[in-house]
Design a protein around this ligand. Structure first.
Ligand SMILES: [Zn+2]
Length: 245
């Protein structure tokens, strides 16, 4: 009986301290959305060996996801965890609805010239920034997701977009250095585009191109599970550094 009481007391104390730990972390925990490009009827680019971009992007995404979950440091959401079609708008909506601190879309490149190779990361272009602002200001639903209110001035939206874009660029810079370190890929760089998934005005968003499936050397690497794991590690270290700074 005496022992049982002690056990109960210890269990109660443990439960309480676990609650406190959980609560303490809940506020600080960052939320990340990982977006595996393409899926289902949309295979993305197709490698010379017949491998699909949607398959490589999903595998790297799931490797990144499981390592991030294992670390216990973040709330992590996926736009897809199997071979299914997701619209671009639904991917962007996920970033808003989860109130993400970072949105990462994962893809592979393809180009008509098979000599073109390398790892790249995209952030929103000036044209894309204008489009994103006009879109969010014209749709109350998105305004509400982004700002928590539909009553927001264009100037406030611009300020939000500028701050978000600066964070996206910060992540891109960190990632390029990590990609170089983990994969030894020589050609790499930050590019700009008006891709739909880069347009959430309140969520820093990037699109990673792991390599060119149209280039024999890049494709050979992207077919290897070890290389995909190294890409996942590059993404994870970038996330850690991004939130640490
Ligand atoms: Zn793609």
């Amino acid at each position: 009986m005496h022992i049982n009481k002690n056990i109960l007391r210890t269990a109660a104390a443990l439960t309480l301290s676990l609650c406190l730990i959980t609560n303490a972390h809940a506020g600080a925990r960052k939320t990340i959305v990982l977006d595996a490009g393409h899926g289902g009827k949309d295979s993305g680019t197709i490698g010379r060996s017949g491998i699909y971009e949607k398959t490589v992007s999903l595998d790297v995404t799931l490797k990144t996801y499981s390592l991030l979950i294992k670390s216990g440091k973040y709330n992590v959401h996926l736009t897809r965890n199997d071979d299914r079609f997701i619209t671009l708008a639904d991917r962007r909506t996920k970033a808003y609805q989860t109130r993400a601190d970072l949105f990462i879309s994962i893809h592979c490149d393809g180009y008509k010239d098979s000599k073109v190779s390398g790892a790249h990361i995209f952030v929103l272009s000036p044209k894309g920034i204008k489009q994103a602002l006009n879109f969010v200001m014209s749709k109350n639903k998105y305004k509400n997701w982004a700002f928590g209110t539909t009553k927001v001035s264009y100037k406030t939206a611009v300020n939000m977009m500028n701050s978000t874009h600066a964070k996206s660029k910060k992540f891109a810079q960190i990632y390029i250095n990590k990609a170089k370190k983990y994969t030894g890929v020589r050609k790499h760089g930050i590019k700009e585009a008006a891709f739909a998934v880069l347009k959430p005005v309140s969520v820093p968003s990037v699109l990673i191109e792991l390599g060119f499936l149209s280039n024999p050397e890049d494709e050979r690497k992207l077919r290897s599970s070890g290389f995909r794991l190294r890409m996942a590690k590059a993404i994870i270290e970038s996330i850690d550094e991004f939130f640490a700074k």
